[in-house]
Design a protein around this ligand. Structure first.
Ligand code: GRF
Length: 217
């Protein structure tokens, strides 16, 4: 079975939805471990409650990014995952780390990339007045928030939206598409070749842009 390591920094709701799906058998993966760069990340408790091994690698204890990355890679390799999932992991990973896991390192970002890379995506989407926002699962490359897109979900921006309401609506879709991408990978249907996404998906979920049918108000 595909073995997965999840990297978090905080709340861990994307992680939790993957753990739930794996535990119920809906997702054919084994979660080998959850790693956090923050000792007080809320998601660590959730993972422990699921009986998943957790480890903390506090980035503040490392003088240089390269040293942190190397220690992180060592910790990950001991768990020997097939897939590495970034779920709200708030550290920039260096080129060397990213290349080491090329093709098996994925991230979720709360915008329709390439729009709004970086932080505060919902606030910026509202400030720009875009009518469609969303989220993206992508393979990670050395360019921050710019890797090849695996799947996206669109979310309408409503007149009455504020940052919190928009973020909440996007988060529902994040959980949905991250599950989809991890399932595709676990089923051997998703690959990265020459910097492009190859996806062999059946009819019912072949759409790589998910547009919710009834946008909740
Ligand atoms: C999510 O919005 C994710 O897209 C972004 O950070 C947030 C993490 O949320 N990278 P959670 O920790 O999964 O709840």
């Amino acid at each position: 079975m595909t073995s997965v390591v999840i990297l978090i920094s905080g709340r861990g709701s994307n992680m939790a939805s993957l753990l739930d799906a794996a535990a119920s058998g809906a997702l054919p993966v084994r979660i080998a471990g959850v790693l956090s760069n923050w000792p007080d990340a809320q998601g660590l408790q959730t993972a422990a409650a699921h009986g998943v091994p957790t480890q903390v690698l506090d980035h503040r204890l490392f003088a240089e990014r390269e040293a942190f990355d190397a220690a992180l890679a060592e910790t990950i390799d001991r768990l020997a995952p097939d897939l590495l999932v970034l779920a709200g992991f708030m550290r920039i990973l260096g080129d060397r780390f990213v290349r080491r896991y090329e093709g098996r390192l994925i991230n979720i970002h709360p915008s329709l990339l390439p729009a709004f890379p970086g932080l505060h995506t919902h606030r910026r989407a509202l400030a720009e007045g875009v009518r469609i926002h969303g989220c993206t699962v992508h393979f990670v490359t050395p360019d921050l928030d710019h890797g090849p897109v695996i799947v996206q979900a669109a979310v309408p921006v409503l007149d009455q939206d504020d940052e919190a309401s928009l973020a909440a609506r996007v988060l529902v879709q994040e959980h949905r598409i991250y599950l989809l991408a991890v399932r595709w990978f676990a089923e051997g249907r998703l690959r990265l070749r020459d910097g492009r996404v190859l996806l062999d998906a059946p009819q019912d979920d072949s759409g790589r842009l998910i547009v919710p049918q009834t946008p909740p108000g």
